[in-house]
Design a binder for this molecule. Structure first.
Ligand code: SAH
Length: 223
């Protein structure tokens, strides 16, 4: 069975293999240190704990998945966080990505559309004392207006289009990291940066595969 160190080695190897896509040989050492601190096995259902330190996605409850560790590390790196940041995550799932972020920033807000997953993740994060993560059951298409603007937004489910509200809720200089594409089809990991003058700079990183971002019916009428 793999352990945390072999997972970290696998992440490092995959970063090197994809250096031409991500433009560097190694991720920020703060990100790697954060991954090192979070016990991934605590975020998996008992039946799948044996997969905890493999560098792959794994099933969680309600037909959803915990993302591949390399992808969690990469997306966290792409967010470019500072210790004083407030970050919004869309798609709490197991709570693992939120826990990793919580080691790097001041406060994490995380939205999950499936209520039992939101409840489970909230209890898990509380038990493990990740006290700077707040989980809410809700549709991420609408962001979290009461806590906006954010220093970064990370979406861990793929949308066919970028929900405009999430761009609105970015502070100037902040980034949105999001997989965009059709369900179970080609998706691309994008990084958007909101410039001080409101202009949006977009960078395409690589092809990825995420579960679909659901909900959002009302937002398609609003925009
Ligand atoms: N970040 C998670 C990965 C979860 S998979 C982790 O670390 O485990 C993506 C999650 O996004 C699923 O739990 C899914 O239910 C949730 N999701 C899908 N559409 C959503 C939406 N519109 N708002 C909030 N969560 C959503």
């Amino acid at each position: 069975m793999n352990n945390l160190q072999s997972m970290l080695n696998d992440i490092e190897k995959e970063v090197r293999l994809t250096r031409h896509l991500i433009g560097k040989d190694a991720l920020n050492h703060r990100v790697i240190a954060a991954i090192k601190q979070v016990p991934r096995h605590e975020f998996l259902p008992d039946d799948y704990r044996f997969l905890a330190y493999d560098n792959g996605p794994a099933p969680i409850d309600c037909g959803q998945t915990i993302s591949q560790p390399y992808i969690v590390a990469l997306m966290t790196d792409l967010l470019n966080t500072q210790a004083t940041d407030t970050i919004l995550e869309i798609g709490t799932g197991s709570g693992y990505q939120a826990a990793v972020l919580s080691r790097l920033v001041k406060q994490v807000y995380s939205l999950e559309i499936i209520e039992p997953l939101a409840t489970q993740a909230r209890q898990r994060l509380k038990k493990l004392a990740y006290n700077n993560v707040t989980v809410r059951h809700g549709d991420g298409h609408f962001g979290w207006p009461e806590q906006a603007p954010f220093d970064g937004v990370i979406v861990t489910a793929a949308a066919p289009f970028i929900p405009p509200t999430l761009i609105e809720q970015l502070r100037a200089g902040a980034r949105l990291v999001i997989p965009v594409g059709l369900p179970y089809s080609y998706q691309e990991l994008l990084v958007l940066e909101k410039k001080a003058d409101g202009e949006i700079k977009t960078q395409t990183i690589m092809g990825v595969s995420f579960v679909p971002l659901t909900g959002g019916k009302a937002s398609t009428h609003k925009t």
